[in-house]
Design a protein around this ligand. Structure first.
Ligand SMILES: N[C@@H](CCC(=O)N[C@@H](CS)C(=O)NCC(=O)O)C(=O)O
Length: 245
């Protein structure tokens, strides 16, 4: 690790929104310390370090929620904002002019559907356990599967069709492509039955997912123990009763 390494703060062991940032850091080969994960590996809590930084009174602009990227003295939050910050700072695809606006537009849309995926298991309140809002979760999941998954995914399919390129912005992968991969993988985990029904119409989206997973750095990351598997504490959760027809 170098002095200039970023610090990433995200609840461990949830992949959650932290994973969108990790994929970008890994693909761009930007050195980072996964702080909560490191604390957990050292016998501490993967939660307390995040709570501590949320309370950090010294930050000029305190973040509201993780993921949080520490860059020098600054704490940067909001997943899409972190992605754009890194793209700009390191001159990555999707960092300039109109492309910057388009990459951010796509990333924000991915974050919208991600929030809706979260709300399928927590439709009433994040302060309640899933088991306390199961009936509402069934209702919310039914609508998400019926209307929202196809609407969002067909939108991404349409964007890729118009692009006419292997990725959203052209021949090079941008952070929104990496996040599309994570979104599709998350939805496949959470709603495998529904995704099997909608995926046949999503040839371009599936091709991007395949291309992203085959990028050498992403492939190495996915095969490493740094990659966190989806689980029932994160955003994309698999509850069989919510995936039923
Ligand atoms: N819009 C924010 C949402 C951040 C967010 O909701 N983070 C979750 C974890 S994935 C959290 O800890 N939220 C705490 C809260 O909302 O009180 C983003 O995209 O980063």
């Amino acid at each position: 690790m170098t002095d200039s390494a970023y610090e990433l703060y995200y609840w461990h062991p949830l992949p959650g929104r932290g994973e969108f940032v990790r994929l970008l850091l890994e693909q761009a080969v930007l050195p980072y310390r996964d702080v909560a994960r490191a604390a957990h590996a050292e016998g501490g809590s993967g939660v307390d370090v995040v709570l501590d930084i949320l309370k950090d009174a010294n930050a000029p602009v305190p973040p509201f929620a993780p993921p949080i990227l520490k860059s020098g003295e600054h704490l940067i939050a909001q997943t899409a904002n972190i992605c754009q910050f890194l793209a700009r700072k390191h001159d990555l695809p999707g960092s300039e002019d109109i492309e910057a606006a388009i990459a951010l537009q796509l990333q924000l849309t991915i974050m919208d559907v991600t929030a809706e995926a979260h709300d399928t298991h927590h439709p009433v309140s994040v302060a309640l356990r899933y088991e306390e809002q199961r009936d509402a979760a069934r209702e919310r999941s039914a609508a998400f599967k019926q209307d929202r998954i196809p609407k969002f995914m067909r939108y991404f399919e349409r964007v890729l069709e118009r692009s006419g390129h292997p990725f959203f912005l052209g021949d090079e992968v941008c952070y929104a492509d990496l996040s599309l991969f994570q979104l599709v993988e998350g939805l496949r985990y959470a709603f495998p039955n529904r995704m099997k029904e909608v995926e046949p119409d999503l040839g371009r989206v599936r091709a991007v997912v395949e291309r992203v997973s085959s990028l050498p750095r992403v492939a190495a990351y996915l095969a490493s123990d740094r990659r966190l598997s989806f689980n029932e504490h994160g955003i994309f959760r698999h509850y069989p009763e919510l995936d039923e027809a």
